[in-house]
Write a protein of this length. Structure first.
Length: 272
């Protein structure tokens, strides 16, 4: 008997993270594999697309349909047109998946094929990736941020640095692992770094921010569900201070040098 529209199996398209590089490592393969397994256990039909065949998630028994294809908007559009998924799960594809989801939304592909984004909304992805929107959100929830200014031009970046004071860090929006960013101690360095950052950014935007080089770098892993329950899974401390990329540093869990007061302060901030 044919399935009716109300009872037909829902189909989810999962975007993988592509090549394993610093800033986007093998944990995305593990997470993506677990997501595919969980979705299938819940009765979903899973379509997976990833450009990297050397992953567990591209094994034939992980998903119902597997595409080893370039992770680009034209290719994903063709897969959506062919498979007609009901939902898209991009957040387990790291920066690659996040950028693709936004680009697909901007191109009208998700609306045209009636695909719903699950896990994290497009609006939330934009807020997390857009440096100006993220800074505004932090201020709304009462979390302090270093002095900063969003710019889209090198001359404006220089003006922002003069206002904030050197050294500064250049943070491009919508880039993988801080690609195109860096520290600047003077106008010459900033001119070079800002040019590189604006070019690397998906939206041609960088944040010029007061440098925190030498500060401790602490991470909290927080999980939140649809009922707004929040738990901190663990916290981690980089052995190297700010200024050394976390992908090049040793990280220990749990943190070793925080007082309980500092731990609770950062835990509360992470949940907020």
């Amino acid at each position: 008997m044919a399935q009716t529209a109300d009872t037909k199996q829902k189909k989810v398209l999962v975007i993988g993270s592509g090549p394993i590089v610093i800033g986007q490592a093998a944990e995305f393969d593990y997470a993506g594999t677990q997501a595919c397994t969980s979705l299938r256990e819940e009765g979903y039909s899973v379509v997976l697309v990833n450009s990297n065949p050397a992953t567990i998630m591209t094994d034939l028994d992980i998903a119902d349909q597997i595409y080893i294809e370039p992770l680009t908007v034209p290719v994903i559009t063709r897969i959506i047109e062919r498979e007609r998924p009901d939902e898209l799960l991009p957040t387990l594809g790291g920066q690659t998946g996040l950028n693709l989801a936004v680009e697909l939304a901007d191109a009208g592909v998700l609306e045209e094929y009636d695909v719903t984004v699950i896990g994290t909304s497009i609006e939330t992805i934009r807020t997390a990736e857009d440096r100006e929107l993220f800074s505004q959100l932090m201020h709304r929830i009462g979390q302090p941020t270093p002095p900063s200014e969003t710019t889209s031009a090198v001359e404006n970046s220089l003006a922002a640095a003069h206002k904030i004071g050197y050294p500064v860090v250049v943070r491009p929006a919508y880039t993988l692992g801080g690609t195109g960013g860096g520290f600047a101690n003077n106008d010459a360095e900033l001119r070079q770094t800002a040019t590189k950052g604006i070019d690397a950014s998906l939206v041609g935007q960088v944040l010029i921010e007061k440098s925190l080089i030498g500060w401790k770098e602490i991470e909290y892993e927080v999980v939140r569900d649809g009922a707004d329950n929040c738990i901190t899974v663990c916290n981690m401390e980089n052995l190297d201070p700010m200024g050394v990329h976390t992908g090049d540093s040793i990280v220990v869990a749990p943190s070793q040098t925080l007082s309980d007061k500092d731990y609770q302060l950062l835990r509360t901030a992470s949940i907020d």
